[in-house]
Design a protein around this ligand. Structure first.
Ligand code: CTP
Ligand code: MG
Length: 187
């Protein structure tokens, strides 16, 4: 497969991981996931992780994934997500969406432990928490799906592209969110 196609495929497959992060900003607000609880004098997760953001974000990612399953990979005649039957592919999509916001919460938990306030910058953690969450969870539950698409043959090229481009994309999307008044800070 040529390079551009591998890059597009990587992002296509990871869309159910990307969307929940932005959707959480739109749906977010209200009751925090940690219910305001603290641990050793610091908030467990903080006010930036809410139930509405979590559930809305996951539902958005799954919905997009279902649309993708019907479209298949539009740039080539490939039947991606291409992992077994529809129910199995659907579970992969769910795992990607859940893993994304689970990773996001682990990131916030680490930030709070490091004494970094809610919304304050944490390089690498902010850019990669959701992606790592999805990758680790899907590796655990569907290792062949991940390895076939993101490692074996030319798959590692897709992985490398996603890892290199994500911080740029993350920054771009956050600047848009800030300009639209959805986010308080442009990062
Ligand atoms: N958000 C939410 N629920 C989530 C994730 C995000 O409500 N599970 C919303 C919050 O309004 C949050 C915004 O999306 O402020 C941006 O998300 P993020 O940058 O992940 O949170 P931060 O506010 O930066 O908090 P943290 O420092 O914990 O990352
Ligand atoms: Mg943030």
């Amino acid at each position: 497969m040529d390079l551009l196609l591998l890059v597009l495929l990587g992002f296509w497959l990871m869309l159910p991981s990307f969307l929940p992060n932005s959707a959480a900003v739109v749906f977010g607000g209200g009751l925090p996931v940690d219910m305001g609880r603290s641990w050793r004098g610091k908030r467990l997760l903080g006010d930036g992780k809410t139930w509405r953001g979590l559930i809305g974000g996951i539902c958005a990612g799954i919905s997009l994934g279902i649309i993708q399953l019907y479209l298949a990979f539009p740039f080539d005649r490939l039947d991606f997500f291409g992992f077994g039957s529809f129910p199995t592919n659907l579970v992969v999509v769910i795992v990607l969406a859940v893993g994304s916001l689970a990773g996001d919460m682990v990131g916030s938990m680490i930030k709070r432990r490091l004494n970094i306030g809610r919304g304050n910058k944490a390089p690498l953690i902010d850019q990669y928490n959701f992606l790592l969450g999805s990758i680790l969870l899907v590796l655990l539950l569907f290792p062949d799906w991940f390895l076939d698409n993101f490692w074996r043959n030319d798959g590692w090229v897709s992985l490398l592209a996603v890892l290199l481009i994500t911080p740029i994309l993350h920054r771009g999307v956050n600047i848009i969110g800030y300009k639209l008044g959805l986010k308080k800070v442009p990062w």
